[in-house]
Ligand binder design. Structure first.
Ligand SMILES: Cc1ncc(COP(=O)(O)O)c(C=O)c1O
Length: 371
């Protein structure tokens, strides 16, 4: 199978239809290339404040929004370390690879971690969550909004009130849906909503963001061994007092985030952005059926940002991906245990309908050739 070499002069010329990292528009790359003052300067604080306030609008929340120098996994670990006390239990709902990862983070940090999962391709239902929550007393519940391995979107609007009723804090991993799918943090009572920026934000990797409720900060105050780099209380102090971070952040990336939030909120508009992602997903699902393929997720729970497609035609997926690469497009194989049984098309960030139509047409021809 061929792959594409490092292009020292021009950078990658591929059109990415991946579930992250995704295509980054030229205007964002230019923004990131601008010079900056230091992270202890007034100019930085002003920029950081703009990003934080933009995130609050994006997430429909008054909660503080923090910026982490890490990918999303760093915040997933921060949630576990800051919110689960030694004598408490964390409940991890898992519907795929990233739910399993959060549970493993709980275990590897020595926290009492309980996993409640469903068959891959399915979502957590209200009944399932009620049943799981009734088994024990959990102090924190961890769940994905969008599970990127299976392409399933959990019914988070139905689940959040049930979880909150149990008295637990609620952490939502919205890594592959934040800035692509509406998430109303305050309405749903989400204590921490997190994501990295190399997905629906259409930024290069290197940053992660989250909203943190007052209840979550209050809880963290009393949790021992929160660690140093991802201590929510230390981060809150710098953030609230100065709109800064305790250690040196990737300042150019934050410049990019500020610009992209401005674009999302003031140029494209939130509703239009969410609607575009919905249309991209519908268009992809239509193509799936027209090409005698099937969606992997159960009906009504399909993601608007990544389509996981069953390999119902028994195609040679690595070959298909490689043939598409020769045409200048990248899609990806299934994740982990779903490799070769599924393949995934990312339609998140700045991808437009005409872009996906063009790529899907090329992919349809490749599939015909492979059949
Ligand atoms: C749902 C979900 N959670 C967590 C992660 C981990 O994100 P990161 O690679 O930014 O740590 C990913 C990455 O694809 C993801 O899709």
């Amino acid at each position: 199978m061929t792959d594409v070499h490092f292009n020292k002069e021009k950078g990658s010329q591929l059109k990415l239809f991946t579930p992250g990292p995704v295509y980054v528009p030229e205007r964002v790359l230019k923004e990131i290339a601008k010079p900056n003052d230091t992270h202890r300067s007034k100019a930085y604080s002003e920029m950081h404040q703009m990003a934080a306030e933009g995130l609050q609008k994006l997430l429909y929340t008054k909660n503080e929004c923090l910026i982490f120098t890490s990918s999303a996994t760093g915040i997933m670990e921060a949630c576990v370390r800051n919110l689960v006390e030694e004598d408490e239990k964390g409940l991890f709902f898992s519907i795929g690879a990233f739910g399993d990862r959060w549970y493993e983070i709980g275990v590897s940090n020595g926290k009492t971690s309980i996993k409640e999962g469903v068959e891959w391709g399915k979502a957590i239902t209200s009944e399932f969550s009620q049943e799981a929550l009734s088994k024990d007393k959990y102090s924190v519940v961890f769940i994905q909004a969008n599970e990127t391995s299976t392409g399933v979107y959990n019914p988070i609007e139905e689940l959040a009130p049930i979880i909150k009723d149990s008295g637990a804090l609620l952490c939502v991993d919205a890594t592959s849906s934040m800035a692509g799918v509406k998430l109303e943090v305050d309405k749903l009572g989400i204590d921490i909503a997190l994501a990295s920026v190399q997905k629906c934000f259409a930024l290069p990797p290197g940053l992660a963001v989250c909203s943190v409720s007052t209840a979550a900060f209050e809880k963290a105050e009393n949790v021992k061994n929160r660690g140093l780099y991802f201590d929510l209380i230390t981060m809150k102090k710098s953030h609230v007092a100065k709109y800064q971070t305790p250690t040196t952040p990737p300042i150019p990336q934050i410049r990019g985030l500020t610009a992209q939030l401005d674009f999302i909120l003031n140029e494209e508009g939130l509703e239009k952005r969410f609607e575009r992602h919905e249309r991209l997903a519908k268009q992809t699902r239509k193509w799936v059926h027209e090409n005698d393929l099937e969606m992997f997720p159960e009906k009504n729970y399909e993601s608007n940002t990544v389509s996981t497609i069953k390999n119902s035609l028994n195609l040679d997926i690595p070959k298909m991906v490689s043939m598409l690469l020769d045409k200048g497009y990248r899609i990806v194989n299934g994740y982990g245990q779903l490799a070769n049984k599924t393949f995934r098309i990312g339609h998140m960030g700045e991808i437009q309908i005409k872009d996906i139509d063009k790529m899907l047409k090329v992919l349809a021809d490749i599939i015909k050739e492979l059949k």
